[in-house]
Design a protein around this ligand. Structure first.
Ligand code: ADP
Length: 581
């Protein structure tokens, strides 16, 4: 137990009691949740203190948004809900962006926020940080609960855990009013009210006829393709997914956070031939990937359709835990509903040594396109321009990641994201942690802290200078907890690029330009970490190697050409001006 208090009830009699603080801690610990990311303050300050005293890892951030991003990615990495703890109204709202992002990305997390007193909030009498948090959270979370009585804490935590990890995972909100924490109850009653959740994410076995339908479609395919999404990475069915790919011999494309599920250097990896395989494939099997904007909604020119609205003619198999995902964008000919582990195992049972390999012509065409593009990229990466650009800097990062395949790679930005994703190969599952479904900026330092805490290993964060700004103050958190995080800022002095001018000639800088020659590395030095100013690939390489050798918090300010970078990176087409007809 987190602790019990012995209070005299009557002269000569003592009774063991527990309280809301201890019951929350005990409920979390009972379910194997041993780490809290958060920002302490009223009314949860003592909860953070007591959690640490009870042996939990409490990671205190400078801003709730980073803490909540940290919890969400811990959820993705472990399959257990990441826990974020915040104060009421503003702290809660700061955490809400990450809670919504978690729900969008199918990451399991629980945002626990202290809140003001119900009676006062409901009568709108102006309490300290008054806000109806539960009502607000509902539209951003997969589920939201409030606990008013100490004896219900066990149920509240259990329901939050189940909601976060069962079915399609997501973000859950748990509202704990300040008055709950000091409530005392008999320790024995309290203990018995706690719930150790049995089988929180039950397997969902696919229907045999759905599996047969999918196998029949795949078997007929002439130009099959597998797309692995972050749901496949989350499912932790790595060996079976690899067996499915290898036994069928089908080329596969990993979505960004599925990179490394099989090594990107795998002969069947078709990443370097993406724009060729999508329109050319005749049957596509989606494994934990949605046909959302990241896959051009499964139609249009990317898929060989005549125009943006046209279907490309592909047939789709979709493996997903959500029964409602199929047909969300185009027709799904063979939905297989279930958890990925069970679905892939069921498919594998129908794929033996007699399974027909894809047509040789298809494999040869993919291989040819792939080697042409890889050769083109190698040529670009071999250049050593002055000043350094995205490619020459990322050629270094690519080598370092290859030499350190167990390191987690956190990545955000526009061009910094696009180029890193396509240049830096990943070799192990769940090591690439990035902006996800929304392409959100601000995950950088929160994800880095969580990745270091959860994995206990090295983290490399490749950051655009604009993206870094959203969470930069958390370098103090990185230093305070002495985490082996090496932040590399690809610094071109602006959003997208750094050479924009104010067209009026006025004194204000252009809206997308930052301070020139900014010394970001001094931020890390300010808190006792290592800062390096790197203007050449050689300087970048030695700084990263030293960071990894020493495991010290390091920030490398990698100065690149201010004219390097394109508007919005690879999603320029989403800018409304580009859509004008
Ligand atoms: P990506 O962005 O990599 O394409 P998405 O986030 O679009 O991936 O898709 C992930 C999908 O995986 C979601 O539709 C989600 O329902 C599904 N998913 C998540 N976990 C599991 C699981 N354990 N089993 C089956 N499907 C899952």
């Amino acid at each position: 137990m987190g602790g019990t208090v012995t209070t005299p009830q009557f002269a000569g009699e003592a009774q063991a009691v527990t309280d809301g603080f201890n019951l929350v801690i005990d409920a979390l610990k009972l379910n194997g949740l041993d780490t809290i990311f958060g920002v302490p303050g009223i009314p949860i300050t003592d909860l953070a203190r007591k959690a640490q005293a009870a042996g939990m890892r409490v990671i205190s951030f400078r801003h709730e948004q980073s803490a909540a991003y940290a919890a969400s990615i811990a959820g993705f990495m472990t399959g257990k809900p990441g826990i974020c703890l915040t104060v009421s109204a503003p702290g809660f709202l700061n955490g809400l962006t990450a809670l919504a992002n978690a729900t969008t990305n199918c990451f399991p997390m629980i945002l626990i926020s202290g809140s003001s007193e119900r009676e006062i909030v409901d009568l709108q009498q102006g309490d300290y940080e008054e806000m109806d948090q539960l009502a607000i959270a509902k539209s951003f979370a997969k589920a939201a609960f409030r606990v008013l009585h100490a004896e219900d804490i066990g149920v509240g935590v259990a329901r939050a855990i189940r909601a976060a990890v069962s079915g399609r995972p997501g973000g859950v909100y748990l509202d704990l009013p300040g008055k709950l924490f000091p409530q005392t109850i008999d320790a024995e009653i309290g203990k018995n009210s706690l719930i150790k959740v049995v089988d929180p994410a039950p397997r969902q076995i696919p229907a045999p006829d759905a599996v047969q339908r999918a196998l029949a479609l795949l078997r007929e395919a002439k130009r099959p393709l597998i797309i692995l999404g972050k749901g496949a990475a989350y499912a932790q069915a790595d060996a079976d997914i690899r067996a499915l790919v290898e036994r069928t011999g089908i080329p596969y494309l990993p979505m960004s956070m599925a990179k490394g599920l099989l090594p990107d250097t795998h002969p069947q990896c078709a990443s370097a031939a993406r724009s060729f395989v999508l329109p050319e494939a005749d049957v596509v099997m989606l494994v934990g990937a949605r046909l959302n904007w990241l896959l051009s909604h499964g139609k249009g020119k990317t898929w060989g359709g005549k125009d943006a609205r046209a279907w490309g003619g592909q047939k789709f198999v979709q493996i997903d835990i959500s029964s409602q995902e199929a047909d969300s964008n185009v027709r799904i000919d063979a939905p297989v509903v279930g958890d990925i582990g069970s679905c892939v195992a069921a498919l594998l049972a129908g794929i033996d040594a007699t399974w027909p390999k894809p047509q040789a012509g298809w494999l040869a065409a993919v291989a040819e396109r792939k080697s042409k593009n890889i050769a083109k990229m190698a040529e670009t990466l071999a250049k050593n321009p002055v000043p350094m650009n995205f490619h020459s800097a990322l050629a270094v990062v690519r080598d370092i990641v290859k030499a350190n395949p167990d390191a987690c790679l956190v990545n955000e930005g526009a061009n910094a994201l696009d180029f890193t994703r396509s240049i830096v190969d990943m070799f192990k599952p769940r090591k690439r942690l990035d902006v996800g479904t929304w392409g959100v900026m601000g995950i950088g330092m929160g994800f880095s802290v969580a990745a270091a805490v959860v994995s206990g290993g090295q983290v490399i964060a490749i950051e655009g200078d604009s993206a870094f700004g959203f969470s930069g103050m958390e370098v103090e958190t990185i230093c305070r907890y002495d985490l082996p995080v090496c932040v590399v800022i690809l610094n071109n002095s602006g959003v997208y690029r750094g050479d924009e001018k104010n067209p009026t000639g006025g004194r204000d800088p252009a809206p997308l330009a930052f301070v020139k020659d900014a010394r970001y590395e001094k931020l890390m030095e300010a808190f006792g970490g290592v800062g390096v100013h790197a203007t050449t690939p050689a300087e970048l390489r030695s700084a990263m190697e030293e960071a990894i050798r020493s495991r010290r918090p390091t920030l490398v300010n990698a100065v690149i050409d201010a004219t390097a970078g394109t508007e919005s990176g690879r999603i320029t087409s989403l800018n409304p001006a580009a859509k004008r007809q």
